[in-house]
Design a protein around this ligand. Structure first.
Ligand code: CP
Ligand code: NVA
Length: 308
């Protein structure tokens, strides 16, 4: 069997994504029912960028699955340019059952996956945050009862990891996806082309544009993310000015479907990408979304290990 990895949202087909989400719901209902890491086996969780949710949810999730999490960072290991990714991959696979990595370049994750026989999971890169979207889809399914046919609108920095993952993950789930951001901050054309091809097969619409009102009007799900992603701190002032018209205000959120829900991967910056009245309001599901990182990732790891 070829080792399966999860480096970007469309690494799971629509039916595989649905299987993982079904399993996530089952694991949420019966937390210790699957123990694929019983032994215990160790899973390595590597951080080149900071994290609260991802770190905690993987550590707790690996323990729930019967395993031992080994949290590593580039400063205190030989990673981060000191040793090649290919050599690191060959060493890790001799000892761990899975490699989960938060890093900068998507190409680094691809190199890691090429160099190892254990599953590699993207815990956020500059280009994608696919574990987050799995949790988001689980949250939407819980609150809306379905995914297929719903419309997701993402507003703000439309060139970042969350925008790309909404695009590919949302389409995979059978959702219509709208992405609004200023010119110059819209999704990578290569990923748009991939999403359009997939949308054609799945039978959903993809809209990419500048107007946040057009994106949000009538949507069932509204999502935003920080305007300043990790690694972009030097551009903070410029970015706050570029995205200032893209805040999810109560007025903008009011254009969505009456029953719309608001999601944000967190950490959130109230008064910038989202108004406090929206994220702390009755239609916000951000705390369920944060909890669902645990259940979605446990399901993903179980599914990937089942394919080994
Ligand atoms: N949403 C998310 O990935 O949060 P952390 O950066 O805290 O892991
Ligand atoms: N786009 C954000 C997501 C944080 C979870 C970042 O990359 O910093």
């Amino acid at each position: 069997m070829m080792t399966r990895h999860f480096l970007r949202d469309d690494d799971l087909s629509p039916s595989e994504q649905a299987e993982v989400l079904d399993l996530a719901l089952a694991l949420k209902a019966d937390r210790f029912s699957r123990r694929p890491l019983e032994g215990p086996q160790t899973a390595a969780v590597i951080f080149d960028k900071t994290s609260t949710r991802t770190r905690v949810s993987f550590a707790v999730g690996i323990a729930d699955l019967g395993g031992v999490p080994l949290i590593i960072d580039s400063q205190s290991s030989q990673m981060g340019g000191k040793e090649s990714i290919a050599d690191t991959a060959r060493v890790l696979e001799r000892m761990v059952g899975a490699i989960i990595w938060r890093t900068y370049a998507q190409s680094g994750l691809e190199e890691m996956a090429e160099g190892t026989t254990v599953p590699v999971v993207n815990a956020l890169s500059d280009d994608f945050h696919p574990c987050q979207i799995l949790a988001d889809l689980l949250t939407i399914r819980e609150h809306k009862g379905q995914l297929a046919g719903l419309t997701m609108a993402y507003v703000g920095d439309a060139a970042n990891n969350m925008a790309h993952s909404c695009l590919l993950g949302g389409v995979t789930a059978g959702m219509n996806v709208r992405i609004a951001g200023p010119l110059g901050y819209q999704p990578e054309p290569e990923y748009v082309a991939d999403a359009l091809a997939l949308a054609d097969t799945v039978g959903v619409d993809v809209w990419i544009g500048e107007d946040p009102i057009e994106a949000v009007t009538g949507a069932d799900v509204v999502i935003t993310d920080t305007w300043v992603s990790m690694g972009q701190e030097d551009e903070k002032a410029e970015r706050i000015s570029i995205f200032s018209e893209y805040q999810v205000t109560e007025e903008l959120f009011g254009k969505a479907n009456d029953q719309a829900i608001f999601l944000h991967c967190l950490p959130a910056y109230r008064g910038f990408e989202v108004a406090a009245g929206v994220i702390d309001g009755p239609q916000s599901v951000v705390w369920d979304e944060a909890e669902n990182r645990l259940h979605a990732q446990k399901a993903l790891l179980t599914w990937l290990l089942d394919q080994q």
